[in-house]
Design a protein around this ligand. Structure first.
Ligand code: FDA
Length: 304
């Protein structure tokens, strides 16, 4: 049953009509538990609350299905406005983005051009931009573009997914580049040809890459709500005397807030991923797919 629901939510996340409809009707069905609002100012208010609780933010303007240059430019403009708003408000937050929203599927050069404009603006403000990792089909091109950008900019980081077989090899190259990485399990529906099908294998690979990256001395963001992964990270940093300034924990907005608070009280750095925007549906469906139990929460909100 759980697998059926997971597949259903993952398919819905990619359904263009459902996404369009959701965009038209605004944040619904309890999505505001996971999405910080539709506007930049609402998102900035959420980051202020997080900062007051001792947490940093990473703002993500949600955007799926970008098919034209104009849409890609609009999306890049939203990233610039977000960086401007972070600077003007003085909140502690960097920016996360998906390169498909900047035109990756239309034209690689267009995407690189948009990325350079965004990284330049972030640099002016002394800020940092994290490139999210999308599905397997975009993995190689994302790493290639990251390589190119990181040879010009030192304020760019990447996400790497533990569920892919190729990750261990990718990490060797990224280690040579001294990459600042966010390490995650992986959120997309991938085949057993490219990704570990069993949770146990994903978790083992996750631990392996966390340890390698930390021990290689590169900045590591461990992005997980999984208690055993968090405990493992704490054990490694204590065992090898890795300073708190060399790593951080990251979690998603509205998920495991008590665990976030506990890490803060223990003196660790915590950054919360704060998604916002009218294009919330795909993101919301991926969160439901991760934890089908969330569907009861949706049903409760459906009738409100
Ligand atoms: P796991 O899925 O095993 O969950 C552990 C526990 O966490 C669950 O038992 C539950 O208690 C809680 N939990 C997890 N997900 C929940 C949810 N949706 N609702 C409620 N509780 C939940 N992926 C990707 O492919 N590319 C990317 O760029 C990113 N970026 C990213 C940034 C940040 C800051 C985070 C935290 C995660 C991502 N991800 C991602 C998503 C990631 O790949 C993964 O799908 C989720 O983090 C869920 O995996 P966990 O490690 O939390 O463990």
């Amino acid at each position: 049953m759980e697998v059926v629901m997971r597949n259903m939510f993952q398919s819905l996340a990619k359904n263009t009509s459902a996404n369009k409809l959701a965009k038209k009707y605004g944040l619904r069905f309890g999505a505001s538990r996971f999405v910080a609002g539709e506007t930049i100012s609402q998102a900035i208010e959420s980051v202020k609350d997080l900062n007051n609780a001792g947490k940093a933010g990473t703002l993500d303007h949600l955007g799926e299905f970008v098919y034209s240059e104009a849409e890609a430019r609009e999306s890049a403009e939203m990233c610039l406005q977000t960086l401007d708003a972070i600077h003007a408000s003085g909140v502690q937050s960097n920016l996360s983005l998906k390169m498909t929203s900047l035109g990756l599927d239309i034209n690689k050069d267009l995407c690189i051009k948009n990325m350079k404009i965004i990284l330049e603006r972030a640099k002016q403000y002394g800020n940092f931009v994290r490139i999210d990792m999308e599905d397997y089909a975009h993995c190689q091109i994302t790493i290639d573009i990251y390589k190119e950008l990181s040879s010009i900019f030192d304020n760019v980081g990447l996400v790497i997914q533990a569920y892919l077989y190729r990750t261990e090899e990718d990490m060797k190259l990224l280690n040579d580049l001294k990459a600042n990485l966010r390490l995650v399990k992986g959120a997309y529906k991938e085949s057993a040809e490219v990704a570990f099908p069993q949770k146990k294998e994903v978790d083992e690979n996750f631990k392996k890459i966390i340890k390698n990256h930390l021990l290689n001395g590169n900045y590591t963001a461990v992005a997980s709500h999984d208690q055993q992964i968090i405990d493992f990270t704490k054990k490694i940093v204590a065992e090898y005397g890795i300073d708190n300034s060399r790593f951080e924990f990251q979690m998603l907005y509205g998920i495991c807030v008590e665990l976030q608070n506990k890490l803060i009280s223990e003196g660790y750095k915590v950054r919360v991923y704060v998604p916002f925007g009218v294009d919330w549906f795909g993101y919301f469906m991926r969160r439901l797919a991760e934890r089908p139990a969330n569907v009861w929460f949706v049903l409760k909100n459906f009738f409100k």
